[in-house]
Design a protein around this ligand. Structure first.
Ligand code: SF4
Length: 500
């Protein structure tokens, strides 16, 4: 009698034929398992396009593997564990193998269930390599990690070990405000929904939000490769200069919109970075755009991944500023807001399940930070609401970067700012009911009032931070601090009530 087939269990963010658990397999030597957890689907108020992306990518990948000749078991179950047990019982499986998941709890779950794991190959820097880099250092920052990555991966490097272009970082060329020329931004293909997509849309139930899927997000590797080509050919070149700019009528500008594809496995960060570097070598994109993009992919993204594993589990529960406000109804779509910047960012999110990094950090994150929104609630909302959301992405970005809930472990000072930054980098303030320069009075910009109130409210927690000295001194010098704080308390009440 032949031995029973091994099962290879593929998780929802491992959608690639080259994942470590699958790359050397062929039809006939294993059975493939996909499980959809009903508990996971019910655990959050998911954005419709986020829910659809994962379920559709899994179903399309299952169909591709079936077409290749694999026996595939796709099942829905109350939990992932229940699905695995039902599969093991039905097929009398003795060995189940999976690639290490991208989450702390997922890793613990596989261990609990007795699943053998192989190392995850979806990143350029493994958790072990990151630990080796970080361990000898007393302090560490992304820029050092990025240079280490560039060097060891040999991306955009000269033969003598110097960075191409003579500098590691061209960021100062990438902070242009929105252009005033009314230019057209690169277009992206919206992929036609097929019968798998339609069935998933028709089957959707529960408390969901956001617009219905319309094919913006690649659900197959072929679609993701097309999106990558479109970015390299049309958007990489103009990407850099205006990567921090915000426009109400334009949700993506020249951003790559590749993060969802990388985060569920359809694209590998190595091939994405190499495609950009190749465009530079061919003379098709300027150094500031290519270097800025490569830094996002092999620097920031991998740094966040490394820190997630380095600092968890305690890190995700940190709340250094004791922030306890709920996520504002203006964010969740449960209330309209007159804040033009927030309104347009939420509109982008509702329509596409996506906003670019500056809208996340300097509008949503900044308001949540200065208003004192609870970091775990904010993280949970962002995880459910963005197509590229995942715990490993959201924990460092929200707990560390945006909300300073780690007390400065990741970012040396809070990313708090008043309306001036948004006024400079967006076209929103002109038509807004509020005035970015005012901190008191009825039409004071909520960001500006809250910024000063945030400094005053958290003075004790921040005064030991030498990088905050100037800002705290500025706050102490304000002659109208009391009136500003009174206005801030009105702003906070209106924010909670959904009337701001
Ligand atoms: S005035 Fe304030 S609330 Fe209005 S768009 Fe500008 S920053 Fe946003």
């Amino acid at each position: 009698m032949s031995a029973p087939l091994e099962t290879v269990w593929i998780l929802g963010d491992q959608i690639n034929r080259s994942i470590a658990s699958l790359r050397d397999r062929s039809p006939g030597d294993c059975r493939i398992l996909f499980v959809t957890s009903e508990a996971k689907l019910a655990s959050k108020r998911w954005h419709r396009q986020r829910r659809h992306l994962v379920l559709s990518a899994m179903a399309h990948f299952a169909a591709e593997l079936r077409a290749e000749g694999f026996e595939v078991d796709e099942r829905s179950a109350p939990t992932l564990g229940a699905g695995l047990r039902a599969h093991v019982d039905e097929f009398e499986v003795e060995t189940v193998v999976a690639m290490s998941p991208m989450s702390w709890d997922g890793e613990a779950m596989l261990e609990r269930l007795g699943v053998s794991t192989v190392a995850n190959n979806q990143f350029l820097c493994s958790a072990d390599e990151f630990n080796e880099w970080v361990s000898p250092r007393k302090s560490f920052k992304m820029e050092d990690f990025y240079r280490w990555q560039r060097t060891r991966l040999d991306i955009m490097m000269e033969p003598d070990g110097k960075p191409v272009g003579g500098k590691w970082n061209f960021d100062h060329e990438n902070r242009e405000p929105p252009p005033k020329d009314g230019r057209a931004w690169p277009e992206i293909t919206e992929f036609e929904l097929d019968e798998i997509d339609v069935a998933i849309i028709d089957d959707a139930s529960g408390d969901l939000w956001g617009d219905e899927p319309r094919g913006v997000w690649p659900v197959t590797r072929a679609q993701a490769l097309q999106r990558l080509d479109e970015f390299i050919d049309h958007a990489l070149s103009p990407f850099g200069a205006h990567e921090d700019a915000m426009l109400g009528a334009e949700w993506k500008l020249a951003h790559s919109v590749l993060s969802s594809s990388m985060n569920i496995g359809l694209l590998h960060p190595g091939e994405v970075a190499e495609a950009a570097a190749e465009a530079f070598r061919e003379g098709n994109a300027p150094i500031n755009s290519v270097e800025g993009f490569v830094r996002q992919v092999i620097g920031w993204r991998e740094y966040v991944w490394g820190l997630y594993w380095y600092w968890l589990p305690d890190y995700r529960d940190m709340n250094a500023l004791s922030a306890d406000r709920p996520v504002p109804p203006a964010f969740t779509g449960e209330a309209e807001t007159a804040m033009a910047c927030v309104s347009s960012v939420i509109d982008h999110l509702e329509t596409n399940g996506y906003t670019h990094h500056i809208e996340r950090l300097m509008v949503l994150g900044n308001l949540a930070l200065t208003a004192g929104v609870n970091p775990q609630a904010m993280m949970d909302w962002m995880w459910a609401s963005f197509v590229d959301g995942a715990e490993w992405v959201m924990v460092p970005n929200v707990i560390g970067m945006a909300l300073h809930a780690d007390g400065g472990m990741m970012a040396t000072k809070p990313y708090a700012s008043g309306g001036a930054y948004i006024n400079k980098m967006s076209d929103r303030c002109k038509g807004c009911k509020y005035d970015p320069k005012k901190r008191t009075g009825e039409n004071a910009c909520p960001f500006t009032s809250l910024y000063w109130d945030f400094l005053a409210r958290n003075e004790d927690a921040l005064k030991g931070n030498h990088r905050m000295g100037q800002q705290l001194a500025g706050m102490r010098r304000l002659k109208d601090l009391e009136a500003t704080r009174e206005r801030a308390s009105e702003v906070l009440a209106a924010l909670d009530a959904g009337t701001l």
